[in-house]
Design a protein around this ligand. Sequence first.
Ligand SMILES: [Zn+2]
Length: 216
Amino acid sequence: MKEIVKDIYHLGDSGCSVYLINTNSSDGLVLIDCGMSLQLIKKINKINLNPMDIRHCIITHFHIDHIGACYDLKQFNKNVKFYAHELDAIAIEEEGHNKETAAMWYGVNYKPVKLARRIKGELEILKFGDYGFQCIHTPGHTPGSISILIETEEHAKILFGQDLHGPIIPGVSDFNDYQKSLEKLLDLNADILCEGHFGIFQPASEVQRYIKKYIE
Ligand SMILES: [Zn+2]
């Protein structure tokens, strides 16, 4: 577990990278994706945080490696609310979408969770504590993929671009949308990029270099 900047943590990898933001407010702790098991989340007492203080989980897209533990998290802590884009919502909220979620491919059975709110359109801002979590629609990898941008007190822009690397999956992904989304992410000029499977990139020049690698 690593503090990237003050109050923003990379908990580790559990299928995907799981990130946590401590809002130091009644909104408690905010997760960016859940990963596939609760193990990491249950261990946050090692960094003096309490998993019962998790209030919100923003889901970047419907793939099982990002949502597999959501149901268990809700059982463990009833206060957690989930958020995802409306275009990925059905596979998260309903049974029987093991093909879209790739649960079938991972050989697991996804248990659905209800969303507290479906994010709509190009951009919605979720206000938790003093943070505005900009949920930016970045379709391509999946139709309802979102990337999340927050600004720290020191005005550093931190981008959670979970599956920015893709891949493009036949029948689920859209290559043209993906390329447009990458351009959108480049224009954000983030200082730090927290990726879903390839770690953390900084400073801004490294973020730009990494995103450009995928632009054709
Ligand atoms: Zn994915």
